[in-house]
Design a protein. Structure first.
Length: 139
């Protein structure tokens, strides 16, 4: 191979490596958990939550700080989202109908929180889980 061809290969290879590195750095600010996503922004962490019969699909762990839970009812029955722990007790009201999405904004400190769907017997039917909030990046 002539020396000129080597000069073109190196910049092309470097361009590919830089594109991969930039793509990886963007992906590190968000992640897919099950069928939901966690997206870190400058303002807060956006956590997608899917409710269905009789499951709550969301991550097991998120970082401390301001959080927006983007809750969608993908089931056929009415559902809602409640978070309790460390002085927090908030829920989406009124209940979500099939296909509805609502946001719940809360600031969380490190620790454990109980997540439930307190509609009728839904908690007893499995719509409960524990969310672990880890210290934020600045902690």
């Amino acid at each position: 191979m002539s020396p000129m061809k080597h000069l073109w290969i190196a910049p092309l290879a470097l361009t590919g490596i830089l594109a991969l590195a930039l793509g990886a750095s963007c992906a590190s600010s968000q992640g897919k958990i099950g069928t939901t996503h966690v997206i870190r922004t400058n303002e807060d962490t956006v956590v997608e939550v899917n409710l269905k019969e009789y499951e709550i699909d969301m991550p097991d762990s998120i970082p401390a700080g301001p959080v927006t839970f983007k809750v969608t009812n993908i089931g056929h029955h009415d559902h809602t989202f409640r978070i309790e722990g460390k002085g927090i007790d908030q829920k989406i009201d009124p209940n979500l109908k099939e296909g509805q999405t609502k946001d719940l904004h809360v600031t969380l400190t490190a620790g454990q929180y109980r997540i439930t769907c307190p509609v009728g017997p839904h908690v007893a039917m499995g719509m409960r889980r524990t969310l672990t909030v880890t210290p934020g990046a600045g902690a």
